[in-house]
Design a protein around this ligand. Sequence first.
Ligand code: GLC
Length: 709
Amino acid sequence: MNTKALLKSLTREEKIGQMLQIAPFFFVKHAHVEVAGHLKALNLTKKQIFEAGSVLGIGNGHEMIEVQEAYLKESRHKIPLIFMADIIHGYETIFPVPLGLASSFNPLLASKVARISALEAATSGIHVTFSPMADLSRDPRWGRVVESFGEDPYLNGQFSQAMVLGYQGQNIKDENYLASCVKHYAAYGKSEAGRDYNTVDVSRLSLHYDHMEGYRKAIEAGAKLIMTSFNVLDGIPATVNRYLLKDVLRDLWNFKGVTITDYDSLHQVIAHGVAEDDREAALRGIHAGLDIEMASTCYVNYVSELIDQGLIDEIAIDQACLRILDLKEELGLFDNPFKHAHPERALEVVRSKEHLSESRKIATESIVLLENKGVLPLKKGMKIALVGPYATSRETNGPWSWHGNNALNLNLFEALKEEIEITYMNPSEAIEDYHHEDLLAIQQADLLIFACGESMHESGEAHNRAKISLPRHQEKLYQLFKEHAKKIVTIIFAGRPLTLEPVISSDALMYAWFPGSEGARAISDLLLGQVNPSGKLPMSFPRHEGQIPLYYNHLNTGRPYDETRKNPFTSYYLDVPNTPLYPFGYGLSYTTFELGEPILSKAEMTVDEKIELKVNLKNCGPLRGQEVVQLYIRDHVAWIARPIKELKAFQKVMLEPNEEVTLTFVIQKDMLGYYNQEGKFIIEPGHFDLMIGTDSTRLMKRKITLKKE
Ligand code: GLC
């Protein structure tokens, strides 16, 4: 399709209509709608509805075909609708939540999740997914940390780009791929006090240094759209922020794709206090360079009038509309408006055995073993008791799994019973439900599994928590079980780091996040040793909420914490240590790995040279397993203060018992530089520490020098 010629043939209203995204039921009354947020009556005319450019959410391929047909019948130019939806960690086959995926430290798995999600969603009539969510998250009180890849810019960037590549493949016109819309641009994860939609006040330096990496990498990987966030930046809502949408996105990053608001977020600039009404919101949106308005009607109601009043140049509308038409062309919608909606084929591919099997495997890599005092893996023949609310809960999909169905999931009791005998089971959360005979049964078992944590309904958008402890009654239950059980293995389901001190006396502690459709079987595979845990934490686990924000890659400050406390005037609390309960990058295995001494090819380099760091890794234990070797750097002196350590590379390797391998990390200039407050990449010569280890605390150090030219 010659989109430029098509654009010329459109009326002004038709061009503005392409910039509107509404729900499918506007076209056919009974269409299933699973979108988030309130959906207020938008008071659209029939003409406005049938000139809209895209749709938010759709139930399945049949509905997509019905809506597309109904729309095209009325459309003067037969311009197909784009169908967009939130496919965040799976379509009907649900994978671990993104924070769990990040725990795998295996971006290839994220690509596989995106690949399978795209296959299932595209076959079901969806063209664009609002994923990856690339918001850096350092505040576990924030409900949406569950959707993120955690606290580290590098890890965030690696997983964001991996998902874009998985969703989009080589060509989004091909069957079974989706266009990726990275979100929420920008720095939404910095919402103050961990309260969703709250104020974001971040320096330009931290914006570019920390928060932009995920969006940048997603765009480098070719993401076709980017979604603005609900928050302000520099006091201006991201949705109408010209610095973000034009200066950075278009001028600095040369992004050619489509910008879209978050749900109703253009209208909400009134609530922010930067627009009198929808008319002024529309003016600010166009001036900022915003293309598609989701679920509000500022554009369709006011842009034409603003053009007539000479406040907006129609060229801005032409450019936005052309980007949208080009996206439709790239998706192949002009050739086939129904693209790859195949209701019949969907019956074969959606929630297929192969996909569920992949979900199970990926879940085993996303679960993190935090403690193990010799009790795991379980031994055959052991008498096992199982208690706690997650023993029989099927809610392992976690938030943002619209098309998933928890009712189809096995619960942990069922998954374990497939493999071993459970001598006693009680899912009750009420301590009074454990009578004498119950406690006797617990005493007689060789080992007790306690499945607990937060509900998936306490996690996700708008689900923030000021206290991130286990529920009080679960902590009391734990105390009761600890008194009576010979050994206790605590399994925690959650969408965020929780404060775990009350349960660290567990003989084993396993963090399952929300592990998806096959999560229960994945936990069983790990408990029974069929798979060796390999997950590593993508966020620091605070001991207490008072430590938040707590992250590993912090600055040294002028008065760094002094463990010896010789100098009382340093940065620490009187009542809680500075350190996390569990650090970034930490996770145990059933086997033991030994890292040899890191060897450098040389200790100096210029910006155009490289240094190789070689390190030996050996599996010294009895079981095959994967280990994640992590490389951190520190720039001791730069024009700005830089963090005491920053993750710059990691390698995850599988080793058989007694197998060893020499890993090579290539140090080049990109690892040593940083983005400054203008978003420019700066490389400063000087002395750097290279630090290598299997979590962010136990590291071996080597020094190198980046020489002046
Ligand atoms: C929601 C979320 C966003 C999602 C959008 C469409 O409010 O903020 O992540 O993609 O609306 O459902």
